[in-house]
Write a protein that binds this ligand. Sequence first.
Ligand code: SF4
Ligand code: SF4
Length: 398
Amino acid sequence: MKIEQYRDMIYACGRCEFCRGTEFSDRCPQIFTQRWESSTARGRMAIARAILEGKLDYSKDLRERVFGCFLCGRCREECKKAAKIDIVAITKAMRADFVDRGVGAPEEGGKMTSTMAQKGNIFADSTSEHTKWAQGIKFQKGSGTLFFPGCLASHRFKEKTRILVQVLQAAGYKLDFLGDDQRCCGTPMWVTGDVRAAKQWAQDYVKKLKARGVKEIITPCPSCFRAFDEEYPQLLGLKEPPFKVRHSSQVLEEIVAQKRLPLKTSVPKVVTYHDPCEIGRYRGMYDQGRKVLTAIPGVQLKEMSRIREQAFCCGGGGGLKIMYPDYSQQVSEERLRDALQTTASVLATMCPACELNLTHAAYKTDAPLKVADVAEIVAVSAGLADKAILEPDYISDD
Ligand code: SF4
Ligand code: SF4
């Protein structure tokens, strides 16, 4: 069993309760939505211990306790003050054990992974749909710097993705794009526990990108960023990532620091910033988005009550949007309430999954607030996009 390697950590849990908090709504989105003691990090450590001791086995009844975790990392952050347990790694190992022992992921999770493996994207869209956002944009094949939008940015946010590329190109980055050759980064595979398929996927992708001469990857998606930068080296046993990988927040920070784009137009908006889990807690990248926002003339950054290490998840992590959409929606509406309390008219973030979830929450509750990528606000200030895209009632043609 894959959890064997975490035996010492699993037994280190002292049930201190830091991970779940005393209010069920303040830290862990799993206990917030599912309410069972077994739906907390410490509950999961007790389950893992019982499995190691042969008192419990992986079963369909147990599935929601493990696949109902958003993998947001808030518990891991809290556990740094206690037993320093890597709860996210243990949860992923448990998911892999479910698959290895033939129980499998929840049906929708399994479907997402097989769709992605067969079609190359999680939406089962055609290749032409996959690349539609890039129509009319000139890329430079062989530049060595690959722009990798990922499934969500390609399929659900065509306009936002075009705007980001316009910003990067106007700032002088020479971007290559895979076009019809682009496939999903593979994240759904390890999120749903199919590690064997994930290894093969990573191996094939590295080969393909090396053959194309890719030296660096720039992506707006924190999951794709971590896929190439962390998951591939782990899966393939590499000491270093096979390519230099940067998230768009790092590149936008560079653009601002090096003054590569004149930000002349004032954007007189109160903006709040949501920290995506996979670049925030996972990688400590809390400042990039904020530095860019505060460099834009007119923008007033007003923070939510839960930010940085304590930020509440958007509801989209861990594959929950597909596997347990009701829980996902409840969490995104809770996070939206945090944003509305600031009175900001723009909720900015830098993750297509966060943008999708929070946008759904804003539509459902008719919230007077626009969910935007930081790159869109940069584009408005640089005169590359119309200010209308930041209005709450703006809906793109996507
Ligand atoms: S914070 Fe860590 S040690 Fe404390 S109960 Fe949670 S998992 Fe156990
Ligand atoms: S990773 Fe997030 S959702 Fe999962 S147990 Fe930890 S705090 Fe809860």
